[in-house]
Design a protein around this ligand. Structure first.
Ligand code: NAD
Length: 358
C-alpha cells in the first residue's frame, strides 16, 4: 500500500502502530493534528478485511475529530485508534491492557475514549495502566453516557437554525421529524418536548418509536416517509448517508439539523441542500456535545462546565448559517473554512494549544 500517499491525502499527521504478540493486539493510533492540544478520539474495535482498510478508517476518523474539536472550541487535536478484532479466540482484558500500555507510551499525546465495538468496561481496563483515557465510569471520575449531551447540543443547533431561518426565538409549536430514536434521538425528543415542540418519529425498532410516542406524544411515521412529511425541521439521528439523491428531493422542511455522523452521502449533497434553500446544520458542528462532555473529563469532570460548552453550539450553528447566507457558500463548506482558518492562525503564530482557545 502507498502509506505516505494515504497520509498526504488526509493531511496527516502521524500514525503509530503496535503489535503485541502475547495478547494478539494489532493497534493503530492516528493523530491527525495536535496544534490545538492533545489528540482526543475514540477507539474502534472491529474486524477489518485488510490492514489497509483499518489504517484508512483510522485516518478518516481522526481527521474528522480535528474538525469537530476545533469547531467546538476544545483544547484538543483530532485522533482515533483502531484495534483490529481477531477472528480467533482472544483474551479481551489482556488485549485492552496491552492497548493501554501502548497509549501510556504515547505519554498523553493521544487520549482515547469509547467508540464502535468498545465499551465502558474496556475503558476501565485501559484505566488500570494509563490515565490518558476518558469514558470511564462515574465512580472513577468518568463522564458517563455522552448521548444526553449530544442531544442537548443538537437541540441548541435546532434552536439556532430556527432562529436564523424562521426568525423564531423558541421551539414552541415547531414541528421536528426525528429519524432514529436510539440513544441520542430519545434524549433529543425529551429536549424538544420540554421546549414545546411537536414531534414525529420513525425507527426500525417499533419499541423505540412507541416509547417516544408514549413519553413525548410523538407521532409515529412510516420509515420511508419521515423525510417527506410537512414539518419545520428534519433531524437525522440514525445512520450516516441519510442525505442523498433519494431523500433530498423529497424534503419539505426548511431545516435539516440532527445528530448522525456523516449525514451527507457525498459532499455534493451539501450543495444540493443549499441549492434547494434548505438550511443544513453541519453534522460535526451540531453533534459535538458528547465530545464536549468527554473533553471535560480530561481536565476533571464537571457536568456544569460540559453543559456550558455544549450550549455554545447555538452560537456556532448561528455563525455558520449567517456566513453561508452572506457569502452564498453551503454550510458544510463554511464549517470546514472556519476550522481551517482557526488552524492556519496557529500555524502562522506558532502558538499552540491554550493561547488558541476560543
Ligand atoms: P443508536 O444506535 O442508539 O440509535 C440509532 C437508532 O436509529 C436506533 O434506534 C435504530 O433502530 C435506528 N435506525 C437505524 N436505521 C434506521 C432507519 N433506516 N430509519 C429509522 N431508524 C433507524 O445510536 P446513537 O448513539 O443514538 O447515535 C445516533 C447517530 O448519532 C449515529 O450516527 C452516531 O454516530 C451519531 N452520534 C452519536 C453520538 C452519541 O453521543 N451517542 C455523538 C455524536 C454522533
Amino acid at each position: 500500500m502507498d502509506l505516505f500517499g494515504h497520509l498526504s491525502a488526509y493531511d496527516f499527521g502521524e500514525v503509530h502502530f503496535k503489535h503485541d504478540k502475547a495478547s494478539g493486539l494489532k493497534a493503530i493510533v492516528a493523530v491527525h493534528d495536535s496544534r490545538l492540544g492533545p489528540a482526543l478520539g475514540g477507539c474502534r474495535f472491529l474486524p477489518y478485511d485488510s490492514d489497509e482498510d483499518a489504517i484508512i478508517d483510522a485516518l478518516r476518523l481522526a481527521r474528522g475529530m480535528t474538525y469537530k474539536a476545533a469547531l467546538a472550541g476544545l483544547p484538543h487535536g483530532g485522533g482515533k485508534s483502531v484495534l483490529i478484532r481477531p477472528k480467533q479466540h482472544f483474551d479481551r482484558v489482556a488485549m485492552f491492557r496491552a492497548f493501554g500500555n501502548f497509549i501510556e507510551d504515547l505519554r498523553g499525546h493521544y487520549i482515547t475514549a469509547e467508540d464502535s465495538g468498545t465499551s465502558l468496561e474496556d475503558m476501565e481496563v485501559i484505566r488500570t495502566v494509563t490515565k490518558h483515557v476518558t469514558g470511564v465510569g462515574p465512580a472513577h471520575g468518568g463522564s458517563g453516557d455522552p448521548s444526553p449531551f449530544t442531544a442537548l447540543g443538537v437541540r441548541r443547533g435546532i434552536e439556532a437554525s430556527v432562529k436564523y431561518r424562521m426568525k423564531r426565538d423558541s421551539l414552541d409549536g415547531i414541528h421536528v421529524a426525528v429519524q432514529g430514536v436510539g440513544h441520542v434521538g430519545y434524549h433529543l425528543c425529551k429536549e424538544l418536548h420540554a421546549q414545546g415542540a411537536k414531534i414525529s418519529v420513525a425507527d426500525i425498532d417499533p419499541l423505540k418509536a412507541e416509547r417516544a410516542q408514549r413519553e413525548f406524544g410523538a407521532v409515529i411515521v412510516p420509515l420511508e416517509q419521515i423525510f417527506e412529511i410537512e414539518c419545520d425541521v428534519i433531524a437525522p439521528c440514525a445512520l450516516g448517508s441519510a442525505l442523498n439523491d433519494t431523500s433530498i428531493p423529497r424534503i419539505k422542511a426548511r431545516i435539516v439539523a440532527g445528530a448522525a455522523n456523516n449525514q451527507l452521502a457525498q459532499p455534493r449533497h451539501g450543495d444540493d441542500l443549499h441549492a434547494r434553500g434548505i438550511l443544513y446544520a453541519p453534522d460535526y458542528a451540531i453533534n459535538a456535545g458528547g465530545l464536549c462532555n468527554v473533553a471535560q473529563e480530561v481536565i476533571g469532570y464537571d457536568a456544569e462546565k460540559a453543559r456550558d460548552k455544549t450550549m455554545k453550539i447555538f452560537d456556532t450553528i448561528f455563525e455558520i448559517s449567517d456566513r453561508s447566507e452572506k457569502t452564498g457558500t453551503p454550510t458544510y463548506r463554511v464549517a470546514d473554512q472556519l476550522v481551517e482558518e482557526k488552524l492556519a492562525k496557529i500555524s502562522k503564530s506558532g502558538v499552540r494549544a491554550a493561547a488558541a482557545q476560543s
